[in-house]
Write a protein that binds this ligand. Sequence first.
Ligand SMILES: Cc1cc2nc3c(=O)[nH]c(=O)nc-3n(C[C@H](O)[C@H](O)[C@H](O)COP(=O)(O)OP(=O)(O)OC[C@H]3O[C@@H](n4cnc5c(N)ncnc54)[C@H](O)[C@@H]3O)c2cc1C
Length: 411
Amino acid sequence: MRKILVVGAGQSGLQLALGLQSHGYEVTLMSNRTADEIRSGRVMSTQCMFHTALQHERDLQLNFWENQAPKIEGLGVSVAGPESQRVIDWVGRLDGYAQSVDQRVKMAGWMEIFAQRGGQLVIHGAAVSDLDYFSRTYDLVLVSAGKGELVSMFGRDASRSPYSEPQRALAVAYVHGLGPRPEHPDYDAVRCNLVPGVGELFVMPTLTNSGRADILFWEGIPGGPLDVFNGVKDPSEHLSLTLELMERFTPWEYARATKVELTDANGTLSGRYAPTVRNPIGRLPGGGLVLGVADVVVANDPITGQGSNSASKCAAAYLASILEHGDKEFDESWMQQTFDRYWDTAQHVTKWTNAMLGVPPEHVLNLIGAAGTLPPVADRFANGFNNPADFENFFYDPEKTGAYLASVAGA
Ligand SMILES: Cc1cc2nc3c(=O)[nH]c(=O)nc-3n(C[C@H](O)[C@H](O)[C@H](O)COP(=O)(O)OP(=O)(O)OC[C@H]3O[C@@H](n4cnc5c(N)ncnc54)[C@H](O)[C@@H]3O)c2cc1C
């Protein structure tokens, strides 16, 4: 049977490793951390995943936490006015629910299952020199190591990477004790709070090690008033800062957050990175080739909550390409075609995410405003998080936006 090495045990690497394993491939998974280290380590993401991405997990019967994780049935948008009041406020209903399972829970669990099913798990932080050796002993080496150092093997694709600097400073806090959303307490929703010129606050339920929790996630424009988490090491100071900023910029969210406590001492995260698309094929010093997966090759800012979704879609596309290729050699042209198949979907995510990082043009402001009075617009916007390709039809081009809003208003 064909031997495949997967380097990096995150959403994409584990989903691929488990998928290939279920089809009888001889898979080695290399991770720089053990399952226990991941489970008890720092939070990594807010990892909200929408229907299509979750369905890829179901297809592989990897949806072990589906019944415990909160079902996110809506997506709400609020826009803050100059007096920190809500000038826009609506909730769109998702056609299929979304879910967030703390990656500490999911990746640790999937890693244990992979090993229990006979997969070879190697705990080792791979270096380029290791890959040089392994590329000779495996039929295919997949690098799914996220935004870690191995990305240096994959050249930046400047034509697909409009930003060379981070566009947001990120600050995440996992909490217990958040009150229900005031407007629709009967179902769970992601809340996207836009503070023009300042940044965004996302609030969403999740399943973590200690059960149901909520995530408070600030995305701050660099150099602005939210860009204050650099160097904050103390988790309680991180939470205090998060809450102070909520009181100042999004008082309607702060009102339900006055009694929150961190889920655990590792329940905070801060950082920043430049959104980057890379060339998918890495060339090793010894001449071998490796194929980059998910964040390694397409890392978008989390403003649109797409990275885990994309990682799931990338893993599903790559799995299909590997299966279809049978016993043929995994050569350069196959690698390029495999990535291109993923890029068919990923390009829409990158385009939309990069657009959301910029200052919204007037027709986008009109669209977001109109969703407050036209529920079908709110629903379509919300469902765009599941299928960002749909934004081509009504988001970028002022004429298409205008025609779409007129058609909904007239209906
Ligand atoms: C603050 C924040 C919020 C986010 N919110 C969302 C969201 O709501 N929805 C969403 O869809 N996405 C979200 N994302 C993005 C999402 O978390 C990532 O895009 C996704 O996890 C990428 O999956 P991956 O498999 O490519 O890499 P990762 O999940 O990063 O996994 C890579 C793994 O490889 C390991 N590794 C690294 N280097 C090596 C090495 N040399 N050898 C061996 N192992 C190595 C790492 O430790 C890690 O376990 C968010 C990201 C951040 C930072």
